[in-house]
Design a protein around this ligand. Structure first.
Ligand SMILES: *Cc1c(COP(=O)(O)O)cnc(C)c1O
Length: 395
C-alpha cells in the first residue's frame, strides 16, 4: 500500500479529484531534514535549492524547516520572499541573471552569487542606482572536478561561476566599489551517491575558499560549499552515507575552517536530497493492450509531467524509476506480470517503465511513480501535446 502523509493514495486520488497529480509528504520532508541535521555539524546552515521543487506550499514549508533558500530566477526569488523568510537568508545563483533580476535582488536585500565579471558590473550599477550596498558572494568554478555526479557543474570550462584563478582579479575590482563581498559559493555537481567523493570534494572546496578568502578585505562571513547529495533511483543504487559525510565535515570544520574563519557561516545547499524522496507522481491506467506478446499499460500521465522518469533528463542509460500499482481491490494478492508502462504522448520516448514487474493492473487502477519530488513537474515539457497540467498537493 502506498501512503502520502498517512493518506492511502487511492483515497488521496479521490480527494485531489483528478489524475495525474503530484503529491508531496510533509512528514517525509521533516524526517529528512531531521536526519540531515543530526548527521551534519550543528553550526552548518541548510539551504533549500528551490529549483528542485518550487511549489509555493513546499517552499513555504522549507522556509520554516531549514535556514535559507537558494533561488535561480527572479520568479523563484519572489516565491521565496513570499514565505516571509528574512531576505538576507535568500541566495540567488545562476548564470545569465538579467539586469531586472539583479535589481530586484538588490532592492530586496537578497545575497547575490556573482557568476561573471559582467554580472558583477551590472550588479554594482543596479546597486548604485538604488543607493544600496549589496551583499554578494562570488560563485567560484573550482580548479578541480568531482567524479561520480549525475550532472557536473564545476571544474574545467563552465558557464557556472568565475574560474578560481580569475577570482582575485574580480575581488580587486569589487573592492573599489561599495559592495560587501561576504564570501564564496562553490557548487560542483548534482546527484552524487558517493560519501567519500563528496567529503573529499568538500575538503578541496574548503582549501580553495580559504585560499581565496585571503584576498577579502575583511573576514569571510559566508562559505557556501555546495551539496550535490544524491538519492537512490534505481535498484542497484546504494543510499548516500550521510553520516560519513557529516563526520568528515565536522573534522574539516574543526581543523581548518573554525580556526581560520571563526565567524564564517558554512552553508550546504540541497534540492533533490531534501524533497526527491518525499514525492510521488500518480497516474491512472487508461488502456491495457497486448501488442505481439507485450502488455502495455497506458496511463493518463507521462514524460510531459515527469520527464526524468522517462530517462530523458540527462541520463546516459535509461533505467526504471521505482513504480507501484494501486488496484481497486487494494493490496490483494494479484499475480505479477511484466509490462511496459507508457504515457499518453505520441512518442516512443514516453516510457515510464520498461519490462517492469507489477501486480496485474486494470483500467482505472493507479500507477505510482516514486522518487518524484524533485525535478518533476517544472523540469518537464508540460506544453508538449497540450495536455492539461497536473495538480500538486502537499499532504
Ligand atoms: C541545482 C542547484 C542546486 C540543487 O542541486 P540538487 O542536486 O538538487 O541538490 C544547488 N545549488 C545550485 C547552485 C544549483 O544550481
Amino acid at each position: 500500500m502506498t501512503y502520502v502523509g498517512g493518506v492511502p493514495v487511492r483515497l488521496l486520488a479521490e480527494r485531489v479529484g483528478s489524475t495525474p497529480f503530484f503529491a508531496y509528504d510533509r512528514a517525509a520532508i521533516d524526517a529528512r531534514v531531521g536526519e540531515l541535521r543530526s548527521a551534519l555539524p550543528a553550526d552548518v546552515h541548510l539551504s533549500y535549492a528551490v529549483k528542485a521543487n518550487p511549489m509555493p506550499a513546499v517552499v513555504q514549508h522549507f522556509a520554516q524547516a531549514v535556514d535559507a533558500l537558494d533561488v535561480a530566477s527572479g520568479a523563484e526569488m519572489r516565491v521565496a520572499l513570499d514565505t516571509g523568510i528574512e531576505p538576507g537568508a535568500v541566495s540567488f545563483a545562476g548564470p545569465g541573471k538579467s539586469v531586472a533580476e539583479l535589481t530586484s535582488a538588490v532592492a530586496a536585500g537578497v545575497l547575490v552569487e556573482i557568476e561573471s565579471p559582467l554580472e558583477a558590473d551590472r550588479l554594482v550599477e543596479a546597486a548604485e542606482r538604488l543607493g544600496l550596498r549589496p551583499r554578494v558572494a562570488v560563485r567560484v568554478n573550482p580548479d578541480f572536478e568531482v567524479k561520480g555526479s549525475g550532472m557536473r557543474m564545476g571544474g574545467g570550462a563552465q558557464q557556472f561561476g568565475v574560474d578560481a584563478e580569475m577570482v582575485p582579479m574580480l575581488l580587486k575590482t569589487l573592492h573599489e566599489r561599495d559592495v560587501e563581498v561576504a564570501g564564496f559559493h562553490v557548487f560542483s555537481g548534482s546527484q552524487n551517491l558517493h560519501a567519500d567523493i563528496l567529503a573529499t570534494a568538500q575538503e578541496r572546496t574548503v582549501d580553495l575558499v580559504l585560499r581565496l578568502a585571503d584576498d577579502l578585505p575583511g573576514e569571510a562571513t559566508y562559505l557556501n560549499i555546495g551539496g550535490g547529495f544524491g538519492i537512490p533511483y534505481y535498484t542497484q543504487d546504494q543510499p548516500l552515507d550521510v553520516a560519513l559525510v557529516g563526520s568528515r565535515l565536522e573534522a574539516l570544520l574543526a581543523s581548518r575552517v573554525r580556526p581560520a574563519l571563526p565567524s564564517a557561516q558554512v552553508v550546504i545547499e540541497l534540492g533533490r536530497y531534501l524533497i526527491g524522496e518525499a514525492g510521488v507522481y500518480v497516474t491512472r491506467v487508461v488502456d491495457r493492450k497486448i501488442s505481439r506478446g507485450k502488455t502495455f499499460l497506458i496511463v493518463d500521465g507521462g514524460m510531459h509531467h515527469q520527464l526524468a522518469a522517462s530517462g530523458n533528463f540527462g541520463q546516459v542509460i535509461r533505467r526504471n524509476y521505482p513504480i507501484s500499482v494501486v488496484t481497486a481491490s487494494g493490496p490483494a494478492d494479484v499475480a505479477e506480470e511484466t509490462v511496459q508502462v507508457v504515457g499518453c504522448l505520441c512518442t516512443p520516448l514516453d516510457l515510464l517503465g520498461d519490462k517492469v514487474s507489477l501486480p496485474r493492473a486494470e483500467v482505472g487502477d493507479l500507477v505510482v511513480v516514486h522518487q518524484a519530488g524533485a525535478y518533476g513537474l517544472t523540469a518537464s515539457p508540460t506544453a508538449f501535446l497540450s495536455h492539461p497540467a497536473p495538480l500538486e498537493v502537499l499532504v
